[in-house]
Design a binder for this molecule. Structure first.
Ligand code: ZN
Length: 157
């Protein structure tokens, strides 16, 4: 792995760690030439190949895109980045489990919402407002009441 600072090719691995779920390998590396330290992640390329958008157009499936959406929803919330990454990985594993080559963006959105509900309520509402395209205050209130009902269900478990 090439040093991102000076371009030296023979960087050293100084620490290797496996994520709790065992799906991600995290490596701390050091460049012997300039002393820069950096981290690399190695993960499975999971998930469907394509997503189907609302209007029927297809697009390449992208983990980064889901990650970005969740990060925006979690902005300035007390949610560690690590939790955001794990959330996205859980969503992708679920999609993977469905065994479909193409999935609707609406399905991805619903899976993300289900996870966000347990993580952060404000992020949940933010994500829902973008993804469900709130067009009225009623629609907004509907989502809030869903959140409250869902909470009741979680506690019964
Ligand atoms: Zn270097």
């Amino acid at each position: 792995m090439r040093c991102p600072v000076c371009g030296y090719e023979d960087t050293k691995v100084i620490e290797t760690r496996l994520s709790e779920e065992g799906f991600v390998v995290r490596r701390r590396r050091e460049c012997p030439k300039c002393g820069a330290r950096f981290t690399t992640y190695e993960r499975y390329e999971l998930g469907p190949s394509m997503v189907i958008k609302r209007d029927g157009r297809r697009e390449r499936f992208s983990r980064d895109k889901i990650l970005r959406g969740v990060m925006i929803a979690c902005e300035k919330r007390p949610v560690p980045y690590d939790e955001v990454e794990k959330l996205v990985d859980r969503v992708i594993l679920k999609l993977q489990g469905m065994g479909k080559k193409e999935v609707e963006t609406t399905l991805i959105g619903e899976l993300v919402l289900k996870e966000l509900r347990n993580l952060d309520e404000v992020a949940y509402v933010r994500f829902a407002s973008v993804y469900r395209e709130f067009d009225s205050i009623d629609h907004f209130l509907e989502t809030i009441s869903e959140l409250k009902e869902g909470k009741g269900r979680e506690e019964e478990r």
